[in-house]
Design a protein around this ligand. Sequence first.
Ligand code: HEM
Length: 405
Amino acid sequence: MLEYDPFVTSGTDLYSLYDRLRDEAPVYWAEETGAFVLSRYDDVSAALADTDGFSSDAMRGVLMGAPTGTGEERLPRSDAIGMLVAVDPPAHSELRRIVSRGFTPRQMAGWHDHIDETVRMLLDAAPTDEPFDVIAGLSARLPVRVIAALVGADPDHEDRFRMWADAATSVMSGSARLTGIKQEEAMAMMAMAADLGERIDARTEAPRDDLLSAIVKAQGEDVLSREEAVGFAALLLFAGTETTTNLIGNAVAALLAHPDELERVQKDPGRINSVMEETLRWDSPVQYVFRRTTRPMDRHGVTMPVDSNVTLLLGAANRDPRRWGDDADRFDPDRDASGHVAFGFGPHFCLGAALARAETASALEHLLPRLRGEATSGDVDWVDSMQFRGRHSLLVELAPLHTGA
Ligand code: HEM
């Protein structure tokens, strides 16, 4: 029997389950979560683009247990408290215009040096006489450092930011959904909101040349309330850490599993971008997003009633042979992976995609010349989240510093 549930199923056999979902039940009902599941590329990308028929307020409803709109009625911007990802147009367009000020090409240019510097610093500290954990030593630390810098925090506070990001992940899409929120997790979330609030107040008083100042500075009518700014900063921490950690980890794991591809990219670093895009498609860091139907929707002979929660399986759409051909399950950096939906599609397309790509490219550029091979093999220790796909740990052998491959 075919059994899949977004908040129950995780692990290695996900992709064979996706094959069956696409073929046997392209509109599947997942009882436990109480959501339909769409898995074919055409259905997923059409729903991502259709903000009239599919509301994003389910991203708060399902992930946070918060109220949503009903039918065609949308959640007002004031109720969304900065959760850009959960707001529908036209309020979404207003919010996105404001926060995009923090992600301009000029801002991005400034981040590149910081990213390279951080990657070098982390790899310089890597041991060469014992296995190096790519996750703990590099990919979990880089995005947190970057986000901490974006919100103007001291790099020494990296551990606190990591703890807050882990608590948010566990509460929204990990085991805390089943076991209930632990006291430490609730306290971590409160501490995070208090810390971000103080930073925002400081920027409102005395703006600096940073992301928080860019989003709290009023430009005509375009302004975020304090609550919205705190909510948006918290969203960045959640959206920009575990995701990027997993992209870096998944890319290294894919290369280790395909030694010929590892050798090719080590010889020709010009292939790093293709490796990264193929990893996004082949082993997507974000496996799904949620939507709510604003009216009854028919797909493949099934009617999803109004106000149904719908899971859009990005990870399955990115492996659909109808879109990618019969070898969709093959990791092949030579394929044209453009059109993958790993960063979503349409108005909610990931705001941090360029930043995530810059971090991953830098991590691979510096790591790959020193990467000798995997240090251990065995069962994968998956992260505590069904929505995110990645490993807790990935042990590798590194060549000593500066000697190259
Ligand atoms: C590999 C890393 C990443 C992946 C795979 C990823 C994936 C996604 C996806 C799938 C969405 C669309 C959600 C939806 O349609 O409901 C999204 C939205 C978003 N992402 Fe990312 N993300 C990554 C990194 C980042 C980073 C580094 C940041 C910021 C620092 C970020 C910030 C956001 C924001 C703010 C949104 C909401 C955009 C909107 O609703 O308009 N993401 N991301």
